[in-house]
Structures are given as C-alpha cells and as structure tokens.
Design a protein around this ligand. Structure first.
Ligand SMILES: [Zn+2]
Length: 242
C-alpha cells in the first residue's frame, strides 16, 4: 500500500466532499493501490474494500480506534478504544455461494462498490435495498425454472440478507461494548469508512488552518507548507506564534 502525501489526501478530501461515501472510499483506494483500475477496485467485495481502508487507517492515524457511544439501556455516555487488529477478520474467499430457502435455490455473491453506487441512485430506501439484493443474486430457480428475483417471498429475501452478511464478515464488523454503569452489553456496528472519513475531515481542516497560519506568518505557498513534515510545520508555527 502506497503512502498518501498530505497534498494528495487534501485533494481526495476536496473531491470527496460532495460525493457519496462509496465514492470517497474508491478515491482513497485508487490513491493507495495505483496498480489497480478504479473499476477493478469498485468490483471488490465491500469486506475487501474495508480491509484496505483499515490498513490505510493504521498507516495514517495509527492502530488505536477510540470512540464514544451511548448505552441503549441507561443512556450513559461511554468512551472506548479498540485496535485495528481487533476488527480485522481473517481473510476468507468470498466466492459465489448457494442458498436454498423455501424451495428456492439461489446463487449469491457479496455486494461490491458498484452495487452500492447503483443502489445509492435510488431515492426510495426499499427500492434501493431490493436493487442491492437483486444484483447480488446471480441466479434464482425454483423446481429447476428461473425465477424473477423481484418476486421472491419476504422470508427468502431475509435469508438472502443474512447469508450475504455471513459470506463477507469484514463488511459487517461489530464490537462488543458493555456499560460500566448498568452492565448492559450490546454489539456496535463499526463502519470503517464513516469513521476514517470523519478523521480525514478533521485532519484536513487542521491542515488548512496550519497552511493559513504559515502563509500569514511567512508568506509561504500552500505546496511548500504541505511538503514539510507535520513535525516541522509545528516547529515553524511554534516560532511564529509561540
Ligand atoms: Zn448502561
């Protein structure tokens, strides 16, 4: 995985600003995996994408993942911290899998970024959900005859959702939290993309402010300030502003 220079990360942040999350992930992956075409990266199962994002997160901001949550039982605010290694699932082969449910035989594959992008085009969440499932059902038959996936019974669709989550566990990571106040335990869904983008957002604003301060103090251009290591930038800021 290639390191991302500050200049590039800022450009990705700017490009991704008005884009849906799926697209932000693709911008990040394209920067760190330049040997792959964007279409290839978009065809990776979401779990594979998230694995890359976790490795990138560790490279950019370190292995500790702190967070805050509210206990659903008593409302107590809770701070927690876990490690990137805690949420990395063993890499499994996420190939096409067969599911039989209520007389239907279905061939399924895990969703990828192309599927998420297609679903994101639809404003109705139910339709988006349907579309996503339909794309991940490679083949559907009943008594040997092809079936329209849009006509599958609700129970079969639920079984599909459960199986899709099982075959790509890295895309559905939960961490177990327990409340020190009331001892309630619950699983929290950990969305690395959302988590990482928030950090990049905070980093970008901090960095722009540093560039602004350096420009005001020394008249340096943005590219010159960004070319400095964060440590050197801080030293110059210290000298100018104390
Ligand atoms: Zn509680």
């Amino acid at each position: 995985m290639h390191p991302i220079p500050a200049q590039t990360l800022l450009a990705i942040w700017e490009q991704g600003w008005s884009q849906p999350p799926v697209w932000r992930a693709l911008l990040l992956l394209t920067a760190v995996l330049p040997d792959y075409a964007t279409e290839e990266l978009a065809a990776l199962p979401v779990g594979r994408r998230d694995r890359h994002l976790l490795v990138l997160r560790q490279q950019l901001f370190g292995p500790a993942l702190p967070g805050v949550a509210t206990c659903p039982a008593c409302g107590e605010a809770l701070e927690f911290s876990f490690q990137v290694a805690d949420v990395l699932v063993d890499e499994t082969e996420t190939a096409v899998t067969e599911l039989t449910s209520r007389g239907y035989t279905l061939q399924l594959r895990p969703p990828n970024s192309q599927d998420l992008l297609a679903a994101a085009q639809l404003s109705d969440p139910d339709e988006a959900e349907q579309q996503l499932l339909a794309r991940c059902i490679v083949e559907a038959t009943r008594q040997g005859k092809a079936v329209n996936v849009k006509r599958l019974p609700a129970t079969v669709r639920q079984a599909v959702e459960v199986r899709l989550a099982e075959i790509d566990p890295q895309a559905n990571v939960t961490i177990n939290l327990n409340c020190p106040a009331c001892r309630h335990e619950w699983p929290l869904l950990f969305d690395i993309l959302n988590y990482l983008w928030q950090e990049i957002d905070a980093w970008a604003w901090r960095t722009l402010y540093e560039v602004h301060q350096l420009a005001a103090a020394y008249g340096w251009r943005e590219a010159d300030s960004l070319a400095l290591s964060p440590w050197r930038r801080r030293q110059y800021l210290e000298m100018a502003y104390g």
